[in-house]
Design a protein. Structure first.
Length: 218
């Protein structure tokens, strides 16, 4: 694990492409091939296809080529292996570009994003997709306060994961269950594969509601 910190005179992260300000910053650890990573890419692509300005932050990996060309890419360190450095990189981006939402995939990334929001004095809405029960390697009595404080709203792909968040102390009204049409009956378990593209498409209306609640931004 590297503990290097960017210096104040380091160049600022690149500005997103296009004439419109980025409203949504999607954060995951890496763009390596994997279920969580694929779902995060699918979400960014679905939001961009719906006309929402999106930036994607992660360490470089093979899924980089699957990002929609409308999604601006911000290369960062791996939040899982260099959390302090990644939080600093994200905080500098937040200070410069002021997105409306920062969306983290997994609790580890959400903690890094929460630190970045605090350090960057940002006022963006913090959203987290909860992929697995609890917090790996952390007792639930510690995981509960961490998970409750690292996000303002939560997305899950099954009722079981919603229940898990509620057991960690997250109020049910702060949780949105997003499922593909095939899983609409709520039969998808936390360990079963889900259709990332369909879940991403189902997430778009949730985003429209969240943005509208922040002052009618759509």
């Amino acid at each position: 694990m590297t503990h290097d910190i960017l210096t104040h005179d380091s160049p600022a992260p690149p500005a997103p492409r296009g004439d419109h300000p980025v409203k949504i910053l999607v954060v995951t650890a890496t763009l390596d091939a994997g279920g969580t990573e694929s779902m995060s890419v699918a979400l960014a692509n679905a939001l961009a296809a719906d006309g929402l300005p999106v930036c994607f932050a992660a360490a470089i990996g093979p899924l980089r080529t699957t990002l929609d060309r409308r999604v601006a890419y911000l290369m960062t360190d791996d939040a899982g292996h260099a959390p302090i450095k990644t939080a600093h990189e994200l905080s500098r981006y937040l200070r410069h570009h002021r997105p409306t939402v920062i969306h983290s995939h997994g609790a580890a990334c959400a903690v890094v994003a929460a630190v970045a929001v605090k350090a960057g004095h940002a006022s963006c809405l913090r959203v987290m997709t909860h992929h697995a029960r609890g917090l790996r390697g952390v007792p639930r009595w510690i995981a509960g306060p961490i998970v409750r404080r690292c996000a303002d709203h939560y997305l899950v792909v099954s009722p079981e994961l919603k229940t898990d968040l509620e057991q960690l102390g997250v109020p049910g009204e702060r949780i949105s269950v997003v499922t593909s049409p095939a899983d609409a009956g709520g039969q998808t378990g936390a360990s079963e594969p889900v259709n990332g593209v369909q879940v991403a498409l189902a997430s778009v209306p949730v985003y429209r509601r969240l943005l509208a609640a922040r002052g009618g931004e759509t």
